[in-house]
Design a protein around this ligand. Structure first.
Ligand SMILES: [Zn+2]
Length: 377
């Protein structure tokens, strides 16, 4: 080494110091200008409150009939309950990602969807595997068959599901159409949900606007879908779910499973002025959607917001589910700040805002009690 320094003429100590010192200053200045400094977790005008999550409210318990209960089974699979009336979104509990050999896990379906009362209806946002893989298995549960649970989604999704049954389309599966409102009857007299689908486009996976497997499935499949590309996105719908509970309780939930640039797709959200109590909103891809979340929230003006689809389903540990191969794909700190900014900096545009919920995944214990439930009154 000394020889190298001699050749370079740096063998005297002070010459090395003389060279290294300005270099280090340069590196520090360069890093300071390139690196993004961490930002405060809370924007001016907002506050984050953390508290222990709730368990489920059961029939007969105070507030059961009038409290909206939200279970989150991970990804976009939410159970929305108002008393005995319930709607399930995007059945996916297998929590897996494979290019080939994708299969619904009957044990997981039984341990989650098999342990809740059959919902009054199932809504599918689009037909990628992480929204539909467990739909057939759930619909095949004997209690769901007896209850004749209906499922609604795009034609492509129904065609994908047909593959699980040799090509036949079950009469309980229905196609949704933009703006065509339909009614799901509750188990108890007088309870029902009115659903309005809003057609949209799949939120881009990449910043350049690209979406993987973004095609249609034109005909019923005759073999089970196994490859990731067998699950094309198909037609994509957000849903307005107007819940009318048995005791006259009301709650309007908007399931924003696929936000898109409102400049391109202005009809993907309900008309301005629609009352929305709770909006379930997409977390990943937020950076790839122009105007999201600010413009969408200013339009929806929901009282309460619930973040969705932010676990990456390649890990099992509930505290380790944000990254893929160590990469922070969801960027929750940034999204959290963007959401706070949307309501804190626009109090006149969005005065209805009350709360933002970031849920943990719902667990059903051995005794049947449910934990990690969001309760909204
Ligand atoms: Zn998707």
């Amino acid at each position: 080494m000394t020889r190298v320094f001699r050749i370079l003429g740096l063998w005297k100590r002070r010459r090395i110091v003389g060279l290294v010192a300005p270099l280090s200053v340069g590196v520090v200045v360069l890093l300071a200008t390139c690196a993004k400094p961490p930002r405060m977790p809370v924007v001016d005008g907002a506050v984050i409150e953390i508290r222990r999550s709730d368990g489920d409210l059961r029939p007969g318990e105070a507030g059961y009939a009038s409290t909206l209960q939200l279970y989150w089974f991970g990804t976009a699979c939410h159970l929305i309950r108002l008393g005995d009336l319930s709607v399930l979104t995007d059945p996916f509990v297998t929590n897996d990602l494979k290019l080939f050999g994708m299969e619904s896990d009957p044990g997981r379906v039984a341990a989650t969807l098999g342990r809740i009362p059959p919902p009054d209806g199932v809504l599918v946002n689009h037909s990628h595997h992480d929204h539909i893989l467990d739909a057939y298995a759930a619909m095949a549960l004997s209690s769901w068959r007896e209850r004749e649970v209906p499922l609604y989604g795009g034609r492509s999704g129904l065609n994908v599901l047909a593959g699980f049954d040799g090509g036949s389309v079950d009469p309980r599966w229905h196609t949704a159409a933009h703006g065509e409102r339909f009614r799901i009857a509750g188990g108890k007299a007088g309870s029902y949900a009115e659903i309005t689908p809003f057609q949209t486009r799949h939120s881009p996976h990449l910043k350049c606007g690209y979406t993987f497997a973004d095609g249609l499935v034109e005909k019923p499949r005759t073999s089970p879908p196994r490859k990731l590309t067998d699950f094309q996105s198909g037609e994509v719908f957000n849903y307005l779910i107007e819940m009318h509970g048995p005791g006259g309780a009301r709650c309007n939930v908007f399931y924003l499973g696929a936000p898109f640039d409102l400049g391109v797709s202005p009809e993907s959200l309900p008309p301005v002025g629609t009352r929305i109590d709770v909006a379930i909103i997409l977390a990943p891809s937020a950076d790839n959607i122009p105007g999201y979340p600010e413009k969408h929230l200013a339009r929806l003006r929901a009282r309460q917001l619930v973040l969705s689809h932010f676990n990456t389903f390649v890990r099992e540990d509930p505290d380790e589910q944000l990254a893929i191969a160590g990469r922070d794909v969801v960027k929750m700190p940034k999204l959290s700040r963007d959401l706070q900014a949307a309501f804190a900096r626009n109090p006149t545009e969005y005065p209805e805002f009350e709360k933002l919920h970031i849920p943990a995944i719902t667990r059903i214990e051995g005794d049947g009690r449910v934990r990690n439930v969001i309760r909204i009154r």
